[in-house]
Design a protein around this ligand. Structure first.
Ligand code: GLU
Length: 430
């Protein structure tokens, strides 16, 4: 009988994933569990999403034809509070990617001590191929489908790759119409005119730069003598590049999905932002040389900020990285193999769950302000964001030094411990 059960459980175990963001997230969790000495049951609990929903989204296109898209919402954990995390529109979205991103949100919220669990949503769609009206219909239908599992006390979506404050306004309106009254706290990253927070739009970039400057200093590098390369020129990368130059760091290269630009004397980031606003890409920016996106990763700079998507620093390119400090603006940009290579090479890698947490911190501020209907000034938001980021950075350095861990290990250990503590204190029901 035992044999039969053993073989059954063996056969029902999901096949182990060897590559991809979920494999990386699971490997990071396994390392933290080993460092904490937790039992297999608790490991399994923390490795498994608490709730997943996959929905079909029928869309009537502007030409009258109908196509059916697929969307997901994964709630990884809510031991510490409502689930929280962005909504991504990208052609590469799949359930495993959303699972990984949801797990990282759990650790990010725990590490920064914001009272949320982790979630993520995604729709497999290339938003550039759809009109604003079509995107509105997709967003409203998706919101309607996931309505039972979201809410200001349940799960609070926010923007991510391919979505923005307009997407959040449509979600908020759809949820509110179905509730019969306006519920601003159901999403964050809303337009300021609808109860969004001042400072939310640039919060992730601001947080990345607070941490980047602290990390340069930690490495003994003077910011006024430092150079940087930023991969990705979207919601995170564009303002991160701007804030870096304002802080005195010379940003010599940036890239987007179409290509990169390089100017050893330092790029004029405001002019570059204007160029992107008119042409849609950094490519062709005057006073710069063209650069392949991959070339940017291996430039001889002090600071590298991967702020595009997951899995861009890999076993194939990590050996060639010459930056002394890598600050992860994107979620999961460094594969497990690349992480090992960079660590062995003595590169200081500041993990995503700290480096890009500015977005969810100000999302939390937005939710607090919405729930109280009392609004803070831009300066208050910025100051509170900086304080939280730097406190978490200092605690992380302590944990890493005391427990002899890399920054990523120390961050994951700290976060996992907090989630596990909350879970144990609440107890297992029934
Ligand atoms: N999408 C952002 C992230 O990955 C923000 C999430 C949020 O504000 O809930 O951290």
């Amino acid at each position: 009988m035992t044999d039969v059960l053993d073989s059954l459980s063996l056969h029902s175990a999901p096949p182990a994933l060897r590559t991809g963001p979920l494999a990386d997230a699971q490997a990071q969790l396994a390392t933290a569990i080993a460092a904490l000495g937790y039992e297999p049951g608790l490991h399994q609990l923390l490795a498994s999403p608490r709730r997943e929903m996959t929905v079909s989204i029928p869309l009537r296109r502007d030409d009258g034809s109908v196509e059916v898209l697929t969307g997901h919402r994964v709630q990884h954990n809510f031991s510490r509070g409502p689930a929280k995390g962005g909504l991504r529109y990208s052609p590469t979205v799949d359930l495993d990617e959303v699972r990984a991103l949801a797990m990282w949100m759990t650790w990010k919220c725990a590490l920064l001590d914001v009272p949320y669990g982790g979630a993520k949503g995604g729709i497999t769609i290339d938003p550039r191929r759809y009109s604003p009206d079509e995107l509105q219909r997709v967003t409203r239908r998706y919101t309607t489908e996931i309505l039972p599992i979201i809410g200001p006390d349940k799960d609070i979506p926010a923007p991510d790759v391919g979505t923005d404050e307009q997407t959040m306004a449509w979600m908020m309106d759809t949820y509110s119409v179905s509730s019969g009254y306006t519920v601003p706290g159901v999403v964050t990253g809303k337009p300021v005119s609808l109860g969004g927070s001042l400072g939310r739009a640039s919060a992730t970039s601001a947080g990345v730069v607070h941490i980047a400057l602290a990390a340069l200093e930690h490495r003994g590098l003077k910011r006024s003598a430092s150079t940087a390369a930023v991969q990705g020129f979207g919601k995170v990368g564009a303002d991160a590049a701007l804030f870096l130059t304002e802080a005195g760091v010379k940003v010599v290269a940036v890239s987007d999905q179409y290509g990169g630009v390089h100017h050893p004397g330092g790029l004029d980031i405001r002019a570059l932002q204007d160029h992107v606003a008119t042409t849609g890409s950094v490519v062709g920016f005057p006073e710069s040389e063209a650069l392949g996106g991959e070339e940017l990763l291996v430039l001889d700079v002090d600071l590298l900020i991967p702020a595009a998507v997951e899995g861009t620093l890999t076993g194939a390119n990590a050996h060639h990285v010459r930056a002394k400090v890598v600050v992860e603006g994107a979620n999961g940009p460094t594969t497990s193999e690349a992480d090992r290579i960079l660590t062995e090479a003595g590169v200081l890698v500041v993990p995503d769950i700290l480096a890009n947490a500015g977005g969810v911190i100000v999302s939390y501020f937005e939710w607090v302000q919405s729930n109280q209907a009392y609004w803070w000034t831009h300066a208050e938001v910025d100051a509170r964001l900086e304080t939280r980021m730097l406190q978490a950075w200092n605690r992380l350095l302590d944990v890493a030094a005391t427990r002899q861990l890399t920054l990523r290990e120390a961050a994951t250990v700290t976060a996992v411990e907090r989630v596990a503590d909350a879970h144990r204190t609440r107890g297992l029901y029934p």
